[in-house]
Design a protein. Structure first.
Lengths: 421, 168, 367
């Protein structure tokens, strides 16, 4: 039985798993399919365990953080400092009656939560957690992530439709329109990454970032921002949680779900949040590498810390920002992010072409690209925003007029018909 | 395609694909038919994977299960409620005859053709090969497909525009 | 080729997280746009006006707490002014100043809630609400110090106020007043300058000035439409004539301006409070009024500027111990008049925001 270099040396868990597999194959001469199944099972069990533990902890962490942001404490009743709150939540959801509305389409009603849950977990199959720690390092990893994310759309619609409820249907249609708009932005943002790394394999992208000692965050800032915004929309996370807007259409597409079925939606939102953070970390923040730090600190530990930091960003925006209207959100996607993403792809392509054809050394080329891209991103955002009228005086904040004249009328009729974004 | 795993996978996926496709025409409710159609798409993606066509498989999921199903959803939403039933029509017999004819033709041709089975090489990168082919050998169909999509998008916008007011 | 769409009736409320109470709106939608809006009220009707006819003039005062339960002090004050006009009594100096202090504290607390809940309607997940409730809690603590109750205060009496403030009130009030301007800066930074709130509320629910005047709208809604009308200046009561403050006016009449007007009024309240706490004289706090008060026959209308608008009480006496007729002119009820015109053409999300900006309290609407 192969063993770790020392019992505390957790750096090379991936190597350990590979040596177990090799031991199975060579020493025990097991048939191929046994090796295959064993490696699959190890990977799946590890990922699922980690996901569940993370999700349970983050229920508590998120609510405490948001509580702190709102000048209050957060859960502190259940267990010491409220630490057993996730258990209480899980128990409550399991024990609640899962009401199935009488007029709902029963098979589809049952299918909705399942279909939402699956894509969030499947994405983790292609993500490199550390050295040699990928469940399935597909050649088309990036495209796989997007494809699985796109099945989320259908699942949302089925959940909304099968509830047989006007509010749920309204929420579902809004969500579908939003999701297909932002899928495009996601793809274009990731295209910039793929152009630089030269491959769609996630392991390759991490290796590229490690080899050139440059995180793609510095080379493609616009792509990172677009990707994070588009992904926040894709997972229906605040500030784009229009589909579950509590103050508007109660809970949108999952209004009619209760009990463990709602638990599935709730859990799937967390899993999807982790998935998005994982993809962001892998593609833009160097994955499990950190400029050579992975020699001393285990790679997967670095990966997880980065993932949790990115997820904290999502929690932060959730606690702070109000949400946009659906038509404003779609206008933002089509009129603002899409042209910017297209320009980004064009520029990225040009830069990589110049770099390879011109045979410039990477030490010279990459810093230039980084600075150029950052400046370009800032200019594009400001310039296009001004062009589209986002910084016009009537969009800006102002103050009320203070007066002493009683009875005077200060009303200025609007120049355009009211209600347009 | 010789080992037991591939054969089992092929038969399972084929059963899934054909079964769901049959379900699409047999089921009463349109949305359930749509769900079965999506299952059929996923089955086809699985079949692509057994053929080591990774890019095409993932593209199948992305485009068919992800986008075309949404298109069908919108199409269903836009039809009035009354005509959403997969009800009895007098066109059933001619439709079956026509479908049977097409299926027979394809089966006959595929069984008669002398397929040259290529040697199963390693699992290579298909994405770059497809990309190169699209931009060198097949660039004309590629560009024409883009123009077709553009025309379709413009047509959709023109059709939906309310009279008189400019689109937002 | 026009697409055929069917109108779609959606019911918002009475149980809904955002309708500020049991209020029901039936919206007829065409896609996302509203083509018709129907309001159904009466879910909180408690027949206060009829019940008042069987209570004495002093026993009616707790009812006035519960009409506008978010701003109880101002409710008390409006009724007490009407009753004092009927009886021909005038409250002593210290009582007038105490009335001003309590009214302005109440105005600040009520606007805190209105602004916080408005941001909540825009989707900001209760964070602004929690922050604004910090100040509201401190003000409610002051009320508890003064009269024993936080929400339904029952503080004003015919001829003055019910009791004098305890000695710890003034230092606590000064301490609170010292931190309020800083907090207002914080809130203005977080909310007024926020891109998303501006995008959600600018140009939404525009109420033109003529329509506002024609539908008898009052309060911040009227002032946001540009009409500078404040009862504290137009028909001064209590000690307002001796105080310096500005009328806060908007220019566009949209939801954003109503929000701005409320924020500016909070600052003006701070200004008034600073002056009042400095200028309050000593003396008696109430005129001796018989328990079984029988005002002479006649009618009186007492009105004040409540945080929601003009709150008026029309009291008719026939010489008996109970009012012959007791009518509440509630600002929320009248302010709802243009809701249909504002909602038509907006989207569902906008309708919620517009309703939030009118700042209704269903206790007042239904009485």
């Amino acid at each position: 039985m192969p063993a770790l270099a020392a019992w505390y040396d957790l750096r090379d868990l991936g190597h350990y798993v590979t040596s177990v597999i090799n031991w199975l194959q060579d020493d025990l001469s097991a048939p191929d399919w046994v090796t295959y199944v064993v490696s699959g099972v190890i990977g799946i069990v590890a990922i699922l365990l980690w996901l569940l533990i993370s999700q349970l902890s983050f229920i508590w962490i998120e609510r405490r953080i948001i509580g702190r942001m709102q000048a209050r404490i957060g859960p502190n009743r259940v267990g010491p400092r409220g630490l057993l709150q996730p258990i209480a939540d899980a128990l409550k959801l399991l024990l609640k009656e899962a009401i199935t509305v009488r007029l709902a389409d029963r098979p589809l009603f049952w299918l909705g939560p399942v279909l939402i849950f699956v894509p969030a977990m499947v994405v983790f199959a292609v993500i490199p957690f550390g050295k040699g720690m990928t469940l399935a390092d597909l050649n088309v990893g990036v495209l796989f992530v997007i494809a699985i994310g796109s099945t989320n759309t259908v699942a949302v619609f089925i959940a909304g439709w099968s509830s047989n409820n006007k509010f749920a249907l309204l929420g579902a249609m809004r969500t579908v329109a939003m999701l297909i708009s932002y899928e495009l932005i996601q793809v274009l943002a990731l295209l910039g990454v793929v152009v630089f790394a030269g491959s769609m394999r996630l392991g390759e992208v991490v290796a590229w970032q490690s080899h050139y000692n440059a995180w793609l965050l510095f080379l493609q800032p616009l792509a990172l921002v677009s990707f994070m915004i588009a992904s926040a929309v894709e997972i229906n996370r605040s500030p784009m949680d229009i589909s579950e807007a509590e103050s508007e259409i109660v809970a949108g597409y999952h209004t009619e779900y209760s009990g463990i079925k709602f638990g599935f939606f709730y859990t799937a939102e967390y899993f999807a949040g982790f998935a998005i953070s994982a993809v962001t970390v892998t593609l833009f923040l160097g994955g499990w590498t950190a400029w050579g730090l992975e020699e001393w600190v285990p790679g997967w530990l670095l990966f997880l810390s980065k993932l949790y930091l990115v997820f904290f960003l999502f929690i932060w925006t959730r606690g702070t920002l109000p949400r946009l209207r659906i038509d404003q959100l779609m206008a933002f996607a089509w009129k603002f992010l899409l042209p910017l993403a297209l320009v980004n792809v064009l520029v990225a392509g040009g830069e990589v072409l110049a770099w390879r054809e011109g045979d410039i050394s990477s030490n010279v080329a990459l810093p230039i690209f980084g600075v150029a891209n950052a400046v370009l991103a800032a200019q594009l955002i400001i310039g296009w925003g001004t062009f589209m009228g986002h910084l016009k005086p009537e969009r800006r904040a102002k103050r009320a007029v203070l007066t002493q004249e009683l009875g005077a009328v200060y009303y200025v009729p609007p120049k355009r018909p009211a209600g347009e974004p | 395609m010789d080992d037991a795993g591939s054969v089992i996978a092929f038969w399972l996926l084929a059963a899934l694909t054909v079964g769901s496709a049959l379900g699409v025409i047999a089921v009463r409710d349109l949305i359930r038919a749509l769900v079965l159609l999506i299952t059929s798409f996923l089955g086809v993606a699985g079949l692509y994977i057994t053929l080591s066509a990774d890019f095409v498989a993932v593209a199948q999921v992305l485009i068919y299960a992800g986008a075309i199903s949404i298109l069908l959803i919108f199409a269903i939403m836009l039809t009035p409620r009354a005509s959403r039933d997969n009800a009895e029509t007098f066109l059933q017999v001619p439709a079956f005859l026509l479908a049977g004819l097409v299926a027979f033709t394809i089966a006959f041709i595929s069984l008669q053709t002398d397929w040259s089975i290529a040697e199963r090489g390693g699992f290579g990168e298909t994405a770059s090969a497809i990309g190169e082919a699209l931009l060198s050998k097949y660039v004309l169909p590629f560009e024409m497909a883009s123009v077709l999509l553009l025309v379709a998008m413009l047509g959709a916008i023109v059709l939906v525009r309310p009279e008189g007011t400019p689109e937002e | 080729m026009p697409m055929k769409t069917e109108p779609f009736v959606v019911n918002i409320g009475p149980q809904h997280p955002s309708t500020h109470g049991v209020f029901r709106m039936r919206l007829t939608l065409d896609g996302e746009r509203i083509t018709d809006a129907d309001m159904v009220i009466g879910y909180l009707h408690r027949s206060m006006e009829k019940l008042a006819e069987e209570r004495s003039f002093t026993q009616v005062i707790p009812f006035t707490d519960r009409t506008d339960y978010v701003a109880a002090m101002t409710g008390n004050l409006a009724y007490v002014l009407a009753a004092e006009k009927l009886c021909g009594i005038e409250a002593p100096e210290r009582a007038q100043w105490l009335r001003v202090i309590m009214s302005e504290l109440q105005r600040f607390a009520s606007h805190s809630m209105a602004v916080g809940v408005f941001a909540n309607d825009c989707g900001a997940w209760q964070t602004p609400v929690m922050h604004m409730f910090r100040e509201r809690e401190k003000i409610l603590d002051l009320f508890e110090m003064a009269c024993g109750a936080r929400l339904t205060t029952n503080y004003m009496r015919i001829g003055g106020v019910s009791r004098d403030i305890p000695p710890e009130f003034m230092p606590a009030a000064h301490k609170l007043l010292a931190e309020l301007p800083k907090r207002m800066d914080e809130y203005e930074d977080l909310l007024v300058e926020n891109e998303i709130i501006v995008a959600r509320s600018r140009g939404v629910g525009v109420l033109p000035a003529e329509l506002a005047i024609a539908t008898s709208v009052s309060g911040p809604m009227l002032r946001a439409s540009g009409v500078a009308w404040d009862i504290r200046k137009a028909d001064p009561y209590a000690a307002y004539e001796r105080l310096e403050f500005d009328i806060c006016v908007g220019t566009n009449g949209d939801v954003y301006d109503r929000f701005l007007v409320r924020v500016a009024e909070m600052r003006q309240s701070i200004r008034i409070l600073e002056q009042a706490l400095a200028m309050i004289p000593d003396g008696p706090v109430a005129v001796d009024v018989p328990v079984a008060l029988r005002p002479p026959a006649g009618e009186a209308y007492g009105r004040i500027e409540s945080p929601r608008g003009e709150l008026g009480f029309y009291v008719v006496s026939d010489g008996g111990p109970a009012p012959y007729r007791f009518h509440i002119r509630s600002p929320s009820y009248i302010n709802l008049t243009p809701l249909r015109d504002l909602a038509i053409g907006a989207t569902v999300a906008d309708a919620i925001v517009i309703l939030g900006s009118i700042d209704i309290v269903v206790g007042e609407v239904d009485r």
